[in-house]
Design a binder for this molecule. Structure first.
Ligand SMILES: NC(=O)c1ccc[n+]([C@@H]2O[C@H](COP(=O)([O-])OP(=O)(O)OC[C@H]3O[C@@H](n4cnc5c(N)ncnc54)[C@H](OP(=O)(O)O)[C@@H]3O)[C@@H](O)[C@H]2O)c1
Length: 242
């Protein structure tokens, strides 16, 4: 039986995507620090320590399912008194390290632990939620040091892993995905200057995500995926420059 894995399942986009998949009768496994956001999810609590990630993956491996879609939603932009730095003088080591750990290393740890669970002959996509501002070549605005750097690090880690993964799991496709500005707790403090028609609902972002994941799965199945290459794309599926 095939299943979708939602890591960071309490994200607004994740909830909308899970709702859609469950309505289609698909099997969804969810991972979160919090209780399951919906009924009908096969849920595991995780504190995102290495041990907890390994424990979740061990439990998933015993379910006897084939993962064909893995979505990694977790991301941190602000927490408590901390938020994105507007100026160099606001940068602090602890906050930077926290952003790096959650936004960059954690998804890599999930990929490390999940890779052996992906059957070499079965197509599977791993979508990690990135952000357009992680583009190094397109950084026109500056600011948001820790978030920007950690998402850029995420991109580099996934691009690097894609090269290695292709040797053993040629049908595991890795995508860094920018959802567009979406109404969620993460973006809420920064929505003031966003035009109404540029602020997506979680339901819209989720439908784009699922559509694009379907296209990725087809490309992998039909051997159209460029070997060893991660993709960095936006909500429309348009490539973003690295
Ligand atoms: N919304 C936007 O405009 C926008 C734009 C570009 C990129 N993104 C990216 O899209 C992803 C999903 O964001 P969203 O908009 O759906 O935000 P959201 O509803 O606020 O969800 C936050 C996500 O981050 C996880 N998270 C929060 N704090 C965490 C912590 N301390 N440790 C580990 N995980 C933590 C949550 O996981 P739990 O389920 O465990 O709570 C949840 O998956 C993020 O990676 C974000 O960077 C969003």
């Amino acid at each position: 039986m095939k299943a979708t894995l939602m890591i960071g399942a309490n994200s607004a986009i994740a909830i909308a995507a899970s709702r859609r998949l469950i309505a289609q009768g698909q099997r969804v496994i969810s991972i979160s620090r919090c209780p399951p956001p919906l009924t009908d999810l096969h849920h595991y609590n995780c504190d995102y320590s290495d041990e907890s990630i390994m424990d979740c993956c061990l439990k998933i491996s015993k379910l006897g399912i084939t993962l064909n879609r893995i979505f990694h939603f977790n991301g941190m932009l602000h927490q408590g008194n901390h938020g994105p730095e507007k100026q160099l003088s606001q940068c602090q080591r602890d906050w930077f390290n926290q952003c790096m750990s959650i936004n960059a290393f954690q998804p890599l740890m999930w990929l490390q632990q999940l890779q052996p669970l992906c059957h070499p002959a079965h197509a599977c996509v791993f979508y990690a939620l990135s952000a357009r501002l992680a583009s190094i070549s397109d950084n026109q605005l500056g600011g948001w040091y820790s978030y920007r750097a950690s998402k850029a690090a995420l991109n580099m880690l996934m691009k690097t892993a894609a090269i290695e993964v292709a040797r053993r799991q040629p049908k595991l496709g890795i995508v860094l995905w920018h959802p567009g500005t979406t109404d969620s707790p993460l973006s809420r403090p920064f929505q003031t200057n966003v035009a109404k028609d540029k602020l997506f609902t979680p339901a819209f972002s989720a439908s784009q995500l699922l559509k694009l994941a379907e296209t990725s799965l087809q490309q992998l199945t039909q051997g159209e995926w460029p070997t060893g290459q991660a993709q960095f794309i936006d909500w429309q599926g348009e490539p973003i420059s690295w």
